[in-house]
Ligand binder design. Structure first.
Ligand SMILES: NC(=O)c1ccc[n+]([C@@H]2O[C@H](COP(=O)([O-])OP(=O)(O)OC[C@H]3O[C@@H](n4cnc5c(N)ncnc54)[C@H](O)[C@@H]3O)[C@@H](O)[C@H]2O)c1
Length: 265
C-alpha cells in the first residue's frame, strides 16, 4: 500500500463507513489523522480504536463554516500541519423526483455540495502552507460516486450532487494549478459499497422492485456487477490512500473509479 509517513490528514464523515476505514488505513500508512463527523460518540469510539496519539476527533458538521474553521485549527494545533483533506461526508436521499421536496434538496445539497465547497475553501490556507515544505505538494480527495458519472434511476437528486462534486474536483484542480498552489485535487467514484449507505441503496432498489425484498435487490445488484461482488469500505479506502500519497503525484483533476466494472458497460 502507498505510504503517508509524516503526513497529516483531515477526513469528514469519518465516524463510520468509508471515512473510518480511510482513517485506519492512513494511520497504518504512517499518517496522523483528524476525524470529523456529526456522530460524536461513534467518532470518538473510532478514534479510540486507533493507535494512541495517531488520531483526533472533531465535531464537524460540513455545512457549518465555523465547524470547518475549528476542525482545521484543531488539526494544525495538534499535528502541526495539514497535507490531505478528504471530503467524504455525504447523504443519500433515496427519493425520486416526484417524492422529493425542496427541503430534501436543500439538506442534500448543503451536505454533498456545500460541504465539499466549504471544506475546500476553509482548508486551503493550511494545505497551501504544508505544500511549501512538501516535495509533491498537498492533496484534496473528494468522494463522489458512480452516480456522479452516470445517471441514477433511483436517486436523481443524489446523482445531481455527486455530478457536481465530479466537476468541482476538476475545476478546483485547474484553479489551484493556474495559481501554482501545488494542491492536487482528485475524486473517487465508488459503486455500491457494503456500508450503512450501501444498505440504504439496497432498500431503495428493493422498494423499486415492488417487493421490499432486500435479498432480491442484492441478487439483482450482483447480477449487474462484472466483478461479481459489491465493494467493501476497504476497497474504497485503498483508492483514497493512493490519491492522498505521492504515488499519485502526476494525477490532478482526475477520477478514480472503484465500482467493480458497473460503469464499464
Ligand atoms: N456506500 C455506498 O454505496 C457509496 C457509493 C458511492 C459513494 N458513496 C459516498 O461515500 C461517502 C461515504 O459514505 P459511506 O458509504 O461511508 O456512508 P455512511 O453513511 O456510513 O457514512 C457517511 C458519514 O457522513 C457523515 N455525515 C453525514 N452528514 C454529515 C454532516 N453534515 N457533517 C459531517 N458528517 C456528516 C455521517 O454521520 C456518516 O458518518 C459519501 O460521500 C457517499 O455519498 C457511498
Amino acid at each position: 500500500m502507498s505510504r503517508l509517513d509524516g503526513k497529516v490528514a483531515l477526513i469528514s464523515g469519518a465516524a463510520r463507513g468509508i471515512g473510518a476505514e480511510t482513517a485506519k488505513l492512513m494511520v497504518a500508512a504512517g499518517a496522523r489523522v483528524a476525524l470529523g463527523d456529526v456522530l460524536d460518540a461513534r467518532g470518538r469510539a473510532t478514534v479510540e480504536a486507533l493507535p494512541a496519539d495517531s488520531a483526533l476527533y472533531c465535531h464537524l458538521d460540513v455545512t457549518r463554516e465555523a465547524d470547518w474553521t475549528a476542525a482545521v485549527a484543531a488539526t494544525v494545533a495538534r499535528f502541526g500541519r495539514l497535507d490531505v483533506l478528504v471530503n467524504n461526508a455525504g447523504l443519500f436521499l433515496a427519493k425520486d423526483i416526484e417524492e422529493a421536496t425542496l427541503e430534501d434538496w436543500q439538506r442534500l445539497s448543503a451536505v454533498n455540495l456545500g460541504g465539499v465547497f466549504l471544506g475546500t475553501k476553509l482548508a486551503l490556507p493550511a494545505l497551501r502552507a504544508a505544500a511549501e515544505t512538501s516535495p509533491n505538494g498537498s492533496v484534496i480527495v473528494n468522494v463522489s460516486s458512480t452516480a456522479g458519472l452516470v445517471g441514477s434511476p433511483s436517486d436523481p437528486l443524489y446523482s445531481m450532487t455527486k455530478g457536481g462534486v465530479t466537476l468541482f474536483t476538476k475545476s478546483s484542480a485547474l484553479e489551484f494549478a493556474r495559481k501554482r498552489y501545488r494542491v492536487r485535487v482528485n475524486s473517487v467514484h465508488p459503486g455500491t459499497v457494503d456500508s450503512d449507505m450501501g444498505d440504504q441503496v439496497l432498500a431503495v432498489r428493493a422498494r423499486n422492485l415492488g417487493t421490499n425484498d432486500i435479498e432480491a435487490a442484492r441478487q439483482m445488484t450482483l447480477a449487474r456487477l462484472p466483478i461479481g461482488r459489491v465493494g467493501t469500505v476497504n476497497d474504497i479506502a485503498k483508492g483514497i490512500v493512493y490519491l492522498a500519497s505521492d504515488d499519485s503525484a502526476f494525477m490532478t483533476g482526475a477520477g478514480l473509479v472503484l465500482d467493480g466494472g458497473i460503469t464499464a458497460q
